[in-house]
Design a protein around this ligand. Structure first.
Ligand code: GTP
Ligand code: MG
Length: 448
């Protein structure tokens, strides 16, 4: 772990890791790369997490969200070492947190090894600038963090172009802040200086680049559409769900594919499609897709259009849920909401509750910042989360409550996979019978 203070004296970080397509692409202007790239430290970077929950949010939820943010940080290759929480009606317009909290954060970052301060929301360009001026460490917001992870994971031409486009769209309104490191050199010179001209030049370059990337994506999209047209004779099924729930693991089980599955968020960024034949049933195409997460910026969702087309064009969705996660019900909501946003909410779906091996009833998710964080301002109003019911009870509740078929499995221990296969084969059979009625006689044995 580094003893020096991270990026304090270095170039500021505005959206790229060393692995970003932006950086590898020879067409990106050199001077832009210089300002937008930070050295990916060989040592583990340390991060301070900051959250401003609205007053109605329970402490258990706040902990849950901070745990998720810490997991995102870990996935990006850094380590969360401290959490600051301030309950406010809404974040401060100037510095996201209030003055007092900002002073506390500053005192901490000055005395403890801190590479960056990470905010669990998106910051406005002016908040970003003010915080950077005040704290003098790398400032990272939620979009930037997710973009960094996507950049690390994106492999295909399409997903790399999508990430690069999203990075430049993130960068554009924030370009003014890029020149703050010149302030000292400019001294008493007024606000209009060579810096401003350079910003305008950079804005133009970035806009050109955005236009170029959009065109490139359109071309890639056309190719993908042509490719997908050849698949119209086959039923298409897409795995969807919150990130890290086990989609790729299920894909590997059903599709005999080797898809990268890992206990990290956003292990999958590229969509993968495999032909699946379950025993003697109707063959179908199964796609593994990028996971969803709360507060996923709409802009980011939009730039992943081609990946999400895989979901939009599917005949059936397998919505995978990690039932061992304390916030699984909220995750279901986030996924349903995201499906609504991308126009895929009305598709037939199977709900698959995964990780039953890890489900622990009676467990209360307790806030863990209460004990070790003297800064928190609301220790008294901790609301206990209700204990979780036994698995059997949960199963009955869900089976009774939902219209869609439900199945409970452990992809890891291969528990109840047969039930999933049967359900899937039956649903695909039914859909095939509707889509291709003239063939119906051929598979009447399972289209019951
Ligand atoms: N205990 C347990 N772990 C599981 C199970 N299924 C998957 N996992 C683990 O959960 C982690 C995430 O699995 P993935 O298959 O990568 O999840 P994903 O939904 O594809 O994740 P992203 O691509 O990141 O959105 C891995 O470490 C898996 O080994 C299960 O049934 N039980
Ligand atoms: Mg995956």
């Amino acid at each position: 772990m580094t003893k020096s203070n991270g990026n304090r004296s270095g170039t500021r970080h505005v959206g790229a890791t060393d692995s970003t397509p932006a950086r590898r692409d020879a067409k990106t202007p050199k001077h832009l790369l210089k300002v937008k790239t930070h050295a990916t430290a060989k040592e583990v970077e340390t991060a301070v997490l900051v959250s401003v929950p609205p007053r109605r949010q329970t402490d258990a939820q706040t902990t849950e969200y901070l745990d998720e943010l810490a997991f995102l940080i870990e996935t990006a290759g850094a380590e969360a070492t401290k959490r600051f929480v301030q309950k406010l009606e809404k974040p401060d317009i100037r510095t996201y947190v209030g003055e007092g909290k900002l002073a506390e954060i500053k005192a901490w970052t000055q005395h403890e090894n801190t590479s960056m301060v990470v905010f669990d929301d998106d910051l406005s360009p002016s908040q970003l600038r003010n915080l950077e001026a005040e704290l003098k460490v790398k400032i990272v917001d939620r979009s930037l963090l997710i973009l960094d992870i996507f950049a690390l994971r994106a492999k295909s031409a399409t997903s790399r172009t999508q990430v690069e486009l999203a990075q430049y769209q993130y960068l554009l309104p924030r370009l003014t802040g890029l020149w703050t490191h010149l302030d000292k050199q400019r001294g008493g010179v007024g606000m209009k200086g060579p810096g401003e001209t350079e910003i305008e030049t950079d804005r133009r370059i970035v806009r050109d680049r955005i236009a170029f990337l959009k065109e490139k994506l359109e071309d890639l999209d056309k190719q993908a559409v042509t490719q997908r047209k050849t698949r119209t004779q086959t039923i298409r099924v897409a795995l969807v769900g919150y990130t890290n729930v086990g989609k790729s693991t299920i894909m590997n089980l059903l599709g005999k594919a080797e898809v990268f599955a890992e206990n990290k968020l956003f292990a999958t960024v590229d969509a993968t499609t495999r032909k699946v034949v379950l025993d003697n049933h109707v063959p179908f195409l199964l796609s593994d897709t990028v996971g969803f997460i709360r507060k996923l910026p709409t802009r980011l969702i939009e730039s992943f259009k081609s990946t999400l087309d895989e979901i939009r064009e599917a005949d059936l969705l397998i919505h995978v849920v990690d039932i061992s996660h304390p916030a699984f019900e909220e995750h279901i909501e986030v996924v349903n909401e995201t499906l609504r946003e991308i126009g895929a909410a009305d598709k037939p779906a199977l709900l698959v509750f995964n990780k039953i091996d890890q489900y622990k009833p009676e467990e209360n998710p307790a806030p863990n910042f209460a004990d070790d964080d003297p800064d928190q301002e609301f220790p008294t109003d901790f609301e206990e989360a209700a204990p979780r019911p036994p698995l059997e009870q949960l199963q009955e509740t869900y089976m009774a409550r939902l219209h869609d078929p439900v199945v409970f499995i452990s992809a890891q221990n291969k528990e109840n996979i047969e039930a999933l296969r049967e359900l899937l084969a039956r649903r695909v059979g039914e859909l095939a019978a509707q889509r291709f009625p003239h063939f119906a006689a051929g598979y009447s044995e399972y289209a019951d």
